[in-house]
Design a protein around this ligand. Structure first.
Ligand code: IYR
Length: 228
Protein backbone atom coordinates (compact mmCIF):
# COMPACT_ATOMS: atom_id res chain seq x y z
CA UNK A 1 0.00 0.00 0.00
CA UNK A 2 1.45 3.38 -0.93
CA UNK A 3 1.84 6.13 1.68
CA UNK A 4 -0.86 8.82 1.65
CA UNK A 5 1.05 11.89 0.48
CA UNK A 6 -0.15 15.35 1.40
CA UNK A 7 0.89 18.30 -0.75
CA UNK A 8 1.79 21.42 1.24
CA UNK A 9 2.53 24.52 -0.82
CA UNK A 10 3.31 22.21 -3.74
CA UNK A 11 5.72 19.99 -1.76
CA UNK A 12 5.06 16.35 -0.81
CA UNK A 13 4.82 15.42 2.90
CA UNK A 14 4.33 11.92 4.25
CA UNK A 15 2.88 10.85 7.61
CA UNK A 16 5.43 10.34 10.37
CA UNK A 17 5.08 7.59 12.88
CA UNK A 18 7.61 6.26 15.33
CA UNK A 19 7.82 3.98 18.34
CA UNK A 20 6.87 5.43 21.71
CA UNK A 21 7.28 3.87 25.15
CA UNK A 22 5.84 4.07 28.62
CA UNK A 23 7.87 6.10 31.15
CA UNK A 24 9.10 2.89 32.71
CA UNK A 25 10.22 1.54 29.33
CA UNK A 26 11.89 4.88 28.50
CA UNK A 27 13.84 4.82 31.74
CA UNK A 28 14.97 1.30 31.06
CA UNK A 29 15.83 1.88 27.41
CA UNK A 30 17.69 5.15 28.00
CA UNK A 31 19.76 3.55 30.76
CA UNK A 32 20.55 0.42 28.75
CA UNK A 33 21.55 2.58 25.76
CA UNK A 34 23.75 4.81 27.90
CA UNK A 35 25.49 1.81 29.51
CA UNK A 36 26.09 0.34 26.09
CA UNK A 37 27.34 3.59 24.49
CA UNK A 38 29.56 4.14 27.51
CA UNK A 39 31.42 0.98 26.52
CA UNK A 40 32.56 2.55 23.26
CA UNK A 41 36.23 3.45 23.29
CA UNK A 42 38.66 4.78 20.75
CA UNK A 43 40.96 1.93 19.78
CA UNK A 44 44.32 2.30 18.07
CA UNK A 45 45.23 -1.34 17.60
CA UNK A 46 43.32 -3.45 15.12
CA UNK A 47 43.18 -7.16 14.39
CA UNK A 48 44.15 -7.91 10.82
CA UNK A 49 40.83 -9.63 10.18
CA UNK A 50 38.44 -9.07 7.27
CA UNK A 51 34.93 -7.67 7.64
CA UNK A 52 32.15 -8.22 5.08
CA UNK A 53 31.78 -5.16 2.84
CA UNK A 54 28.01 -5.16 3.43
CA UNK A 55 28.60 -4.41 7.13
CA UNK A 56 30.57 -1.30 6.14
CA UNK A 57 27.82 -0.35 3.69
CA UNK A 58 25.17 -0.62 6.43
CA UNK A 59 27.31 1.50 8.76
CA UNK A 60 27.62 4.18 6.08
CA UNK A 61 23.89 4.08 5.31
CA UNK A 62 23.30 4.63 9.05
CA UNK A 63 25.70 7.60 9.11
CA UNK A 64 23.91 9.03 6.11
CA UNK A 65 20.62 9.12 8.06
CA UNK A 66 22.05 12.00 10.15
CA UNK A 67 20.26 15.34 9.91
CA UNK A 68 21.94 17.91 7.66
CA UNK A 69 21.42 21.53 6.67
CA UNK A 70 18.51 21.67 4.17
CA UNK A 71 18.94 17.89 3.84
CA UNK A 72 21.91 18.41 1.52
CA UNK A 73 23.81 15.45 3.08
CA UNK A 74 27.10 17.22 2.32
CA UNK A 75 29.35 14.19 2.81
CA UNK A 76 31.23 11.47 0.94
CA UNK A 77 32.48 8.36 2.75
CA UNK A 78 35.51 6.99 0.92
CA UNK A 79 36.18 3.39 1.87
CA UNK A 80 39.73 2.15 1.40
CA UNK A 81 40.47 -1.56 1.50
CA UNK A 82 43.22 -1.70 -1.15
CA UNK A 83 46.57 -2.36 0.64
CA UNK A 84 48.49 -0.20 -1.84
CA UNK A 85 46.31 2.84 -1.21
CA UNK A 86 46.44 2.21 2.55
CA UNK A 87 50.25 2.12 2.34
CA UNK A 88 50.28 5.43 0.43
CA UNK A 89 48.01 7.00 3.03
CA UNK A 90 50.22 5.73 5.86
CA UNK A 91 53.39 7.15 4.29
CA UNK A 92 51.78 10.57 3.70
CA UNK A 93 50.11 10.68 7.13
CA UNK A 94 53.29 9.68 8.97
CA UNK A 95 55.24 12.36 7.11
CA UNK A 96 52.81 15.05 8.34
CA UNK A 97 52.53 13.54 11.82
CA UNK A 98 56.31 13.34 12.20
CA UNK A 99 56.47 17.06 11.41
CA UNK A 100 53.57 17.82 13.77
CA UNK A 101 54.97 15.88 16.73
CA UNK A 102 58.50 17.26 16.13
CA UNK A 103 57.74 20.91 15.35
CA UNK A 104 54.10 21.94 14.97
CA UNK A 105 52.39 20.88 18.22
CA UNK A 106 52.85 22.98 21.35
CA UNK A 107 54.56 21.63 24.49
CA UNK A 108 51.21 21.80 26.28
CA UNK A 109 49.50 19.83 23.52
CA UNK A 110 52.16 17.10 23.60
CA UNK A 111 51.81 16.99 27.40
CA UNK A 112 48.01 16.59 27.09
CA UNK A 113 48.48 13.65 24.72
CA UNK A 114 50.88 11.74 26.98
CA UNK A 115 48.12 9.71 28.71
CA UNK A 116 47.16 8.37 25.28
CA UNK A 117 50.73 7.43 24.29
CA UNK A 118 50.25 8.53 20.70
CA UNK A 119 53.15 9.35 18.41
CA UNK A 120 53.82 9.95 14.71
CA UNK A 121 53.76 6.25 13.85
CA UNK A 122 50.42 5.11 12.41
CA UNK A 123 50.58 1.34 11.71
CA UNK A 124 46.79 1.10 12.10
CA UNK A 125 46.48 2.82 8.70
CA UNK A 126 47.62 -0.52 7.23
CA UNK A 127 46.39 -3.09 9.76
CA UNK A 128 42.76 -1.93 9.97
CA UNK A 129 40.79 -3.78 7.27
CA UNK A 130 38.97 -0.59 6.24
CA UNK A 131 39.76 3.10 6.34
CA UNK A 132 36.70 5.30 6.04
CA UNK A 133 37.75 8.77 4.99
CA UNK A 134 34.95 11.25 5.48
CA UNK A 135 34.92 14.23 3.14
CA UNK A 136 32.78 17.32 3.62
CA UNK A 137 31.27 19.12 0.64
CA UNK A 138 31.40 22.88 1.04
CA UNK A 139 29.31 23.03 -2.13
CA UNK A 140 27.65 20.62 -4.54
CA UNK A 141 29.07 20.33 -8.03
CA UNK A 142 26.80 19.58 -10.97
CA UNK A 143 27.78 17.85 -14.25
CA UNK A 144 27.25 21.16 -16.12
CA UNK A 145 29.89 22.77 -13.86
CA UNK A 146 27.28 24.54 -11.72
CA UNK A 147 27.94 25.01 -7.98
CA UNK A 148 25.54 25.28 -5.05
CA UNK A 149 26.66 26.12 -1.54
CA UNK A 150 25.78 23.76 1.30
CA UNK A 151 24.70 24.86 4.76
CA UNK A 152 26.04 24.05 8.24
CA UNK A 153 28.54 21.71 6.65
CA UNK A 154 30.73 21.09 9.73
CA UNK A 155 27.72 20.52 11.98
CA UNK A 156 26.14 18.16 9.44
CA UNK A 157 29.27 16.10 8.77
CA UNK A 158 30.10 16.02 12.50
CA UNK A 159 26.65 14.59 13.21
CA UNK A 160 27.07 11.99 10.45
CA UNK A 161 30.42 10.96 11.97
CA UNK A 162 28.73 10.56 15.37
CA UNK A 163 26.13 8.29 13.81
CA UNK A 164 28.94 6.42 12.02
CA UNK A 165 30.80 5.76 15.29
CA UNK A 166 27.60 4.57 17.00
CA UNK A 167 26.87 2.21 14.07
CA UNK A 168 30.44 0.84 14.19
CA UNK A 169 30.03 0.18 17.93
CA UNK A 170 26.63 -1.41 17.32
CA UNK A 171 28.21 -3.85 14.84
CA UNK A 172 30.73 -4.91 17.49
CA UNK A 173 33.61 -3.21 15.71
CA UNK A 174 35.97 -0.46 16.85
CA UNK A 175 37.21 2.76 15.31
CA UNK A 176 39.69 5.56 15.72
CA UNK A 177 38.80 9.16 14.92
CA UNK A 178 42.10 10.08 13.35
CA UNK A 179 42.97 13.61 12.22
CA UNK A 180 46.38 13.66 10.55
CA UNK A 181 47.15 17.32 10.12
CA UNK A 182 47.16 18.80 7.57
CA UNK A 183 45.27 16.12 5.65
CA UNK A 184 45.15 17.58 2.14
CA UNK A 185 47.17 14.59 0.95
CA UNK A 186 43.93 12.57 1.13
CA UNK A 187 42.40 14.69 -1.65
CA UNK A 188 45.39 13.92 -3.84
CA UNK A 189 45.68 10.18 -3.08
CA UNK A 190 41.94 9.58 -3.44
CA UNK A 191 41.61 12.06 -6.34
CA UNK A 192 38.61 13.81 -4.83
CA UNK A 193 36.78 16.58 -6.71
CA UNK A 194 37.39 20.26 -5.92
CA UNK A 195 34.27 20.61 -3.73
CA UNK A 196 35.44 18.05 -1.15
CA UNK A 197 37.72 18.54 1.86
CA UNK A 198 38.87 15.76 4.21
CA UNK A 199 37.06 15.85 7.57
CA UNK A 200 38.03 12.68 9.49
CA UNK A 201 39.96 9.50 8.77
CA UNK A 202 38.34 6.56 10.55
CA UNK A 203 40.07 3.16 10.57
CA UNK A 204 37.50 0.44 11.30
CA UNK A 205 37.99 -3.16 12.32
CA UNK A 206 38.01 -5.65 15.15
CA UNK A 207 40.05 -4.63 18.16
CA UNK A 208 43.38 -6.42 18.45
CA UNK A 209 42.80 -9.27 20.96
CA UNK A 210 45.28 -7.75 23.42
CA UNK A 211 44.11 -4.18 23.27
CA UNK A 212 44.63 -1.86 26.21
CA UNK A 213 42.99 1.57 26.25
CA UNK A 214 43.81 4.47 28.57
CA UNK A 215 41.86 4.32 31.82
CA UNK A 216 39.60 7.36 31.46
CA UNK A 217 36.97 9.00 33.61
CA UNK A 218 34.04 10.61 31.83
CA UNK A 219 32.81 13.95 33.19
CA UNK A 220 29.94 13.80 35.68
CA UNK A 221 26.40 14.95 34.92
CA UNK A 222 26.99 18.11 36.98
CA UNK A 223 30.01 19.11 34.92
CA UNK A 224 28.49 18.47 31.49
CA UNK A 225 24.91 19.70 31.93
CA UNK A 226 23.01 22.63 33.36
CA UNK A 227 19.27 22.34 33.95
CA UNK A 228 17.23 25.56 33.91
N1 IYR B 1 46.64 14.09 15.06
C1 IYR B 1 47.67 13.55 15.90
C2 IYR B 1 47.69 14.12 17.28
C3 IYR B 1 46.49 13.92 18.13
C4 IYR B 1 45.77 15.01 18.56
C5 IYR B 1 44.74 14.87 19.41
I1 IYR B 1 43.78 16.49 20.12
C6 IYR B 1 44.34 13.59 19.85
O1 IYR B 1 43.27 13.45 20.70
C7 IYR B 1 45.08 12.49 19.45
C8 IYR B 1 46.14 12.67 18.56
C9 IYR B 1 47.59 12.02 15.95
O2 IYR B 1 46.66 11.46 15.38
O3 IYR B 1 48.47 11.38 16.51
Amino acid sequence: MSEPIKMIDGFPFEPYSHDTYTEEEMLFRSKVFYDWMNKRRTVREFANKAIPKEVIENIILTASTAPSGAHKQPWTFCVVQDPEIKAKIRVAAEKEEFESYSNRMSKEWLEDLKPFQTDWKKPFLETAPYLIIVFKKAFDLFPDGGKKTNYYVNESVGLACGFLLAAIHHAGLVALTHTPSPMNFLMRILQRPENERPFLLIPVGYAHPETYVPKLQRKSMASVAEFY
